[in-house]
Design a protein around this ligand. Structure first.
Ligand SMILES: [Fe+2]
Length: 473
């Protein structure tokens, strides 16, 4: 049976196609419409998915009527009625259950606690599940308006960023702030033990203090600190009520790479699907209907540009110019560029950061991430686990050697690569290592400012015209 998973009418619409447990396609609507965080799917992405098979059934990532009832009761913006692209039977699964299935059924675990934390589903905002064999059972739930995600998003908005979209920028700003300055104020908005009474969906309406530019960084630091403390408490509770040592973490909160690292102090093994937010829930809904583990190989599941990874050209380009852009093969499913739609650069050059920032036209304070050969990761970064999808931020151990991929607080959001995960990128790193003694490159997303990752051939031409640089493909 071929299942078409659909997520839309929230931020980050997406489409997935699975057949008997194999993932045929998984992609983001925004990469086709070019509207960042697009709420809706479009005919281009659906047609691209249908190149890989003809579905028998649609699986939808939430319960529209349940969500509508919450919107009637509490307000909020959302189009409740999905506009499904094909005349097929439809099955609906709850929002948090789709998250849980996206995580557990793509994991290697057959025994785990599954924690889902996001802004809001229909009503659920924080859930704890147990996965045993092929069964997933709910153990704990917290409902709207108590919400980790809404807390973080409300402060994102308070400091002038776009909620549900620019939380990652606030997380980056935290490294430049003094968390102690506003800790007390922020902590009062999210009291201990989840007895949060405040409805963050309406934003922070009673802050009452003028916010200077420096305040924004200090507020970001306080929010990150409070979030990490509450997350730590919640995860310890999840472990104690389930007795499980393996964690599957899903929902938009699982994109907070600084906080994720702390979870290795609590659990012996962790799986965060590389697309843990709502965009991953088209795959989650499909997996929920399949009802068993699916065959997860890698996140290169979207639009296919074809081609062979241009290993030597990349290495030569970096050694000569310091920077190359590469777009090849299937697009990444998830928010990070992991080698197939990437700008790669020499991390040894302290000026390369400015050069990449110039190309990307983005804020100077934003950090750039390193990609490192997995077998060398622990010599360069303080980590004893893999991070193939850039999900953990750790201390850099040799910052003087790779200054362009180290954040203001001495940390880096690391991507580790093995031969099996991405053979082309692995070979690039190996060749660069043999030439320079450094098994690390800077890896950042290939996109025009304010737009999604490049997707198809037209995007490549537009990018080259816009920036005047070539893309290796
Ligand atoms: Fe969600």
């Amino acid at each position: 049976m071929i299942i078409l998973g659909i997520n839309e009418t929230s931020h980050d619409a997406s489409v997935s196609l699975i057949k008997d447990g194999d993932i045929l396609f998984a992609g983001h609507a925004e990469r086709y419409s070019k509207n960042k965080n697009d709420w809706y799917n479009n005919s281009d992405i659906v047609l691209d998915a249908l190149n890989y098979g003809t579905p028998d059934v649609i699986s939808y990532y939430e319960k529209p009527f349940l969500k509508k009832s919450r919107i009637i009761l509490h307000g909020g913006a959302s189009d409740w009625k999905p506009d499904l692209p094909l005349d097929l039977p439809v099955r609906y699964f709850k929002h948090h259950y789709s998250h849980a299935c996206a995580g557990y059924y793509t994991s290697k675990f057959t025994d785990a606690v599954i924690v889902v934390l996001d802004a809001i589903g229909e009503y659920n905002t924080s859930t704890i599940w147990v996965g045993e064999g092929e069964n997933i059972k709910l153990k704990y739930k917290q409902n709207y308006p108590v919400s980790f995600g809404l807390f973080y998003s409300a402060f994102t908005k308070l400091i002038g960023l776009i909620p549900n979209q620019e939380e990652y920028i606030m997380m980056g700003m935290a490294a430049y702030g003094d968390w102690k300055r506003y800790y007390k104020e922020v902590d009062e908005y999210f009291p201990k033990h989840y007895q949060q009474k405040y409805n963050f969906h309406k934003g922070i309406t009673d802050w009452g203090i003028n916010i200077s530019e420096q305040d924004k960084f200090d507020i970001a630091a306080a929010v990150q600190m409070v979030y990490e403390q509450r997350l730590n408490e919640f995860m310890r509770m999840a472990k104690s009520i389930t007795g499980k040592n393996n964690l599957v973490f899903m929902g938009g909160c699982a994109l907070n790479s600084s906080a994720n690292t702390l979870l290795w102090n609590i659990f012996s093994d962790i799986w965060i699907m590389p697309n843990p937010g709502d965009a991953g829930s088209s795959l989650g809904a499909a997996a929920a209907l399949y009802g068993k583990h699916i065959n997860w190989k890698n996140p290169y599941l979207g639009h296919d540009l074809g081609g062979e990874y241009p290993v030597q050209k990349i290495v030569d380009g970096i050694l000569k110019d310091g920077i190359v852009a590469v777009a090849i093969g299937r697009a990444e499913y998830g928010p990070r560029a992991l080698g197939n739609r990437s700008i790669l650069a020499d991390p040894r050059d302290p000026l390369i950061k400015d050069k990449v920032n110039q190309i990307k036209q983005r804020e100077q304070f934003r950090p750039f991430a390193p990609v490192v050969l997995a077998e060398h990761a622990s010599k360069w970064f303080d980590m004893n686990f893999e991070s193939p999808y850039m999900q953990y931020t750790v201390k850099c151990l040799q910052p003087e050697k790779i200054p362009s991929v180290v954040h203001a607080d001495g940390t880096s959001r690391v991507q580790t690569v093995t031969k099996e995960q991405h053979y082309g990128l692995y070979r690039v790193l190996n060749k660069f290592y043999l030439k320079t003694g450094v098994p690390v490159l800077l890896n950042t997303s290939l996109n025009i400012k304010g737009q999604p990752l490049l997707n198809d051939k037209n995007d490549l031409v537009n990018w080259q015209n816009y920036y005047g640089h070539d893309i290796l493909c």
